[in-house]
Design a binder for this molecule. Structure first.
Ligand SMILES: [Mg+2]
Length: 173
């Protein structure tokens, strides 16, 4: 049987960088959350691929461009020593175009699973909203909800305060 990889899929806004109500796309406002580079490094050292899956509907709504987003991703990679293996983004918004890629759709996760030969049963999704976790659960992954204590029950296996705590919990499993 062919060897399959394990992966931690990551939401972006509110997990890796500060979420902003008016979208995070200007480099000067793009703030990486404390402990993120170290937590990603630990997961990488434990053998996980690291793949970001992010809804960026501001692009199809004309609020910012794909280039703006890519500048933020380049900066994030630089601060994290290039540890992220891939970024998948959905530029669409239901007001403009429906998309299977937009979370809670599963398409971008399925692309990552195919490209990196990932075993979902050995993989995780970390997000700060339930719509991040629904597609991961559908594909058989385990999930961590971070920075969101609003509900007592949902599509998560664990909750954690931040990415550092989530990484610690994953690495102790
Ligand atoms: Mg988020």
């Amino acid at each position: 049987m062919a060897f399959k990889s394990k992966c931690v899929f990551l939401d972006r806004d509110g997990v890796l960088n500060e979420d902003r109500p008016d979208y995070s796309y200007q480099l000067e406002h793009f703030k990486i959350l404390p402990g993120v580079p170290q937590a990603l490094q630990q997961l990488k050292e434990a053998g996980y691929f690291l793949i970001v899956v992010t809804n960026q509907s501001g692009i199809s709504q004309g609020i910012y461009s794909q280039r703006d987003m890519e500048a933020c991703h380049k900066y994030l990679q630089k601060e994290c020593e290039g540890v992220i293996d891939h970024f998948y983004f959905s530029p669409y918004h239901p007001k403009v175009t429906e998309s299977l890629g937009r979370k809670p759709g599963t398409l971008l996760f399925e692309k990552g699973i195919a490209k990196f030969n990932i075993d979902p049963m050995n993989s995780w999704m970390i997000g700060d909203r339930e719509r991040d976790l629904i597609p991961a659960k559908q594909l058989g992954m385990r999930t961590v909800l971070i920075n969101n204590e609003t509900k007592s029950e949902g599509q998560w296996d664990f909750t954690a305060l931040d990415l550092a705590t989530a990484a610690k919990k994953i690495l102790s499993k």
